[in-house]
Design a protein around this ligand. Structure first.
Ligand SMILES: [Fe+2]
Length: 388
């Protein structure tokens, strides 16, 4: 049997999840109920991150809790950031973690949780289920609708020495309280709405076609695709459209739960080395790769892709399964271009000469192990070339 990343038949999710307008105001009550007293608030680097961190501190204080702000999680968070935040956690005598931001801040906080509970360096936890001790209470306050990190058992941290992205999959890093408040997402600029939304789409699609997909994850992933096609264009066109923002909260949450409990595939395996080498936005790279990877998967996933065309409402009942699967592939490209995202790697500054080495790195990615059709390194390089 191929190595897969999860325990078949086992399902994990945060025990408490808040999804609605104004949910941040209820966060403090739940954090206190779950035993938190003094939080390290892990926020994104920069002014936006600091403001989000302060909003979280206010919500904690309103519930009688204390907090210390560390706004140092950069995009593609690194081992050094994890080290710095872990030291801060100890120095400030914190007893729980609140991450606020997109995937970077949440992944960083998960990594901090591993280090402060189990000791050592974050590289010690690379791979599958390496922790041996429970983490402190971890609360995630999501400010983008895409990564799914607020509910997943996965984190990606850059190893600055080896210049690679480490994937950490561990059931203990599943947060215990997740907060999706559409009001926290209103200020997202259109390009971020687009790239994080396409990340959510790639989670749903990869979870739906992957080897460990089950009826439970299929239900989550299918509904996520339906909601993304209904709400993402509207959230992109008008960031203040609260109905669309709330729709995307639900979509990204469902997609996160889906892939956290089934797996991903070659979109993510091929995407990670690219964003590590060129520091590219994850969702933008995924959007370029998604149609090409699913075309590669077509011989084994036509039925599932045809079903996704129904979720997108582009399927035609009188057409064959193969034709409807093609409509799904076109639907991925149409949504990407509707959101103004590039369609080729060359336009992102990727160099053709790097592709063989990147394909070799992609072939070692854990996240690719769930892909429904196995590819050689040469076939992975071909997928890069197809969208170059
Ligand atoms: Fe992703």
């Amino acid at each position: 049997m191929k190595e897969v990343w999860l325990m078949p038949g086992s399902y994990f999710m945060p025990p408490v999840n808040l999804i609605e307008r104004g949910a941040l105001k209820r966060m403090g009550y739940w954090a206190r109920s779950l035993g938190g007293k003094r939080a390290l608030v892990v926020a994104s680097l920069g002014d936006v991150g600091e403001n989000q961190g302060r909003a979280v501190l206010e919500a904690l204080e309103a519930a009688g809790l204390e907090g210390e702000l560390w706004a140092g999680a950069g995009p593609n968070p690194t081992d050094r950031m994890v080290e710095e935040a872990s030291e801060r956690y100890g120095a400030a005598a914190c007893d729980f973690l609140v991450a606020v931001g997109g995937g970077s801040a949440m992944d960083c906080a998960k990594a901090v949780g591993l280090v402060v509970s189990g000791g050592g360096a974050i590289a010690d936890y690379e791979g599958l289920h390496r922790s041996t001790k429970d983490l402190p209470l971890l609360v995630t306050v999501n400010t983008t609708a895409g990564t799914g990190s607020e509910v997943t058992n996965a984190a990606v941290i850059t190893d600055t020495t080896r210049q690679v992205k480490m994937t950490l999959i561990d059931w203990r890093i599943t947060p215990r309280l997740s907060v999706n408040d559409p009001e926290m997402m209103v200020s997202m600029p259109p390009h971020l709405t687009a790239s994080t939304g396409m990340d959510a789409l790639s989670h749903a699609v990869e979870a739906y076609v992957c080897l460990q997909a089950s009826p439970i994850t299929d239900a989550l992933a299918y509904k996520a695709v339906e909601l993304i096609y209904r709400w993402l264009p509207r959230a992109f066109d008008d960031g203040a459209d609260m109905e669309a923002r709330e729709g995307m909260c639900h979509a990204a949450f469902l997609a996160g739960l889906a892939f956290s409990n089934s797996g991903l595939g070659y979109v993510h395996a091929l995407s990670h080395p690219l964003s590590a080498r060129y520091d590219l936005p994850h969702g933008v790279v995924n959007a370029v790769l998604l149609p090409a990877v699913e075309r590669f998967n077509l011989p084994v996933a036509a039925s599932k892709l045809a079903s996704l065309a129904r979720a997108m409402e582009t399927a035609l009942s009188w057409r064959s399964e193969g034709e409807n699967a093609e409509r799904a592939l076109k639907g991925f490209e149409d949504l990407r271009s509707r959101l103004g995202l590039p369609g080729r790697l060359a336009s992102l500054g990727v160099r053709a000469a790097d592709l063989p080495e990147l394909a070799r790195e992609a072939s070692g990615e854990i996240v690719g192990k769930g892909n429904p059709r196995e590819a050689s390194t040469a076939a992975l390089a071909q997928i890069y070339h197809d969208v170059f």
